[in-house]
Write a protein that binds this ligand. Structure first.
Ligand SMILES: [Fe+2]
Ligand SMILES: [Fe+2]
Length: 296
């Protein structure tokens, strides 16, 4: 035991190894700023998107995919925004721009990446649904928090692949969750690494705080975003939208649901929303994966 404790990887070790964290694409920051600006309009978002040719192409591909089932082919962005709504387009832009960052960090680990992406995108979609139900002022911030909540795992995968592999293997063998298994290898944990990354990217303190606490049962007492994240993470895992190495039954502390104060029927509705969130996550993975392969 003492031998094992000596080799635990600390947050400082991670920071040294990561050296230069990929920056968030300009577009992500632009869109996030627009989210915070109550006077921003669909036209502002459209103006930002058109400056990025590959992002525009991906958005149009997504909008015209079978997932949205639009009756005719849409040729321009303004029409896409009018049809799908400003909020929906903002979420797609955030997803498309962040999947690039996640890919850059994870390097070439495709299989674990796909599971990571699906889980993150499902949690993001559920976060937005919960935020809308709760009438939170900023549902997009909830979406972003969901998308980023496990980003620390991607840093482990990209920068410590061997150690990350050991965590996944231990979780599978011992039927543990990733969060339970990682303590034998990393002293900091993916939640701590993710919060550090969010702070390095100057994301809002609430987002970094919710990421940091997302496995701390009871930490939601005075924080609705953390309670929502804990619930959304559980809902995704319980419906088999989990990252690699997330094994064993998904545990859930019911106090988080009580803290949200939503009716019981919403609980089941959120669980059954996992499949439709997974469908859009998969379309995004395909659209961006194809673009990435084309660029190789
Ligand atoms: Fe997590
Ligand atoms: Fe998670």
């Amino acid at each position: 035991m003492a031998k094992q404790a000596k080799s635990l990887i600390s947050l400082q070790d991670v920071q040294r190894r990561v050296d230069t964290l990929p920056t968030l694409p300009e577009i992500t920051t632009f869109v996030m700023n627009l989210l915070e600006d109550p006077d921003s309009s669909a036209q502002d978002v459209s103006n930002v998107i058109v400056r990025d040719a590959s992002l525009s192409a991906q958005i149009m591909k997504l909008v015209n995919s079978a997932y949205f089932g639009l009756p005719q082919k849409i040729g321009d962005l303004n029409r896409a925004i009018a049809l799908l709504g400003y909020g929906r387009i903002k979420n797609l832009v955030l997803s498309l721009s962040l999947i690039r960052v996640f890919r850059a960090i994870s390097k070439k680990q495709r299989e674990d990446f796909a599971r990571f992406w699906e889980h993150s995108a499902v949690v993001a979609g559920l976060m937005k649904r919960v935020a809308l139900r709760l009438g939170l002022e900023d549902p997009e911030q909830a979406f972003l928090t969901g998308l980023l909540h496990d980003v620390g795992k991607i840093a482990m995968l990209g920068y410590f692949p061997k150690e990350y592999g050991a965590v996944v293997k231990a979780a599978e063998e011992k039927k543990l969750s990733f969060a339970e298994a990682e303590g034998a290898v990393f002293s900091c944990g993916h939640a701590g690494i993710g919060a550090w990354m969010a702070r390095s990217w100057n994301l809002p303190a609430e987002v970094a705080g919710a990421i940091e606490r997302h496995h701390d049962e009871g930490a939601w007492d005075d924080d609705l975003l953390s309670a929502a994240l804990y619930f959304a993470d559980f809902a995704a895992r319980s419906r088999e939208a989990a990252c690699a190495g997330s094994c064993g039954a998904a545990r859930f502390d019911e106090r988080a649901w009580t803290r949200l104060g939503l009716p019981q029927e919403d609980y089941f509705e959120m669980l059954s929303a996992v499949d439709s969130e997974r469908a859009i996550a998969d379309v995004i993975l395909q659209v961006t994966g194809a673009a990435e392969k084309g660029a190789e």
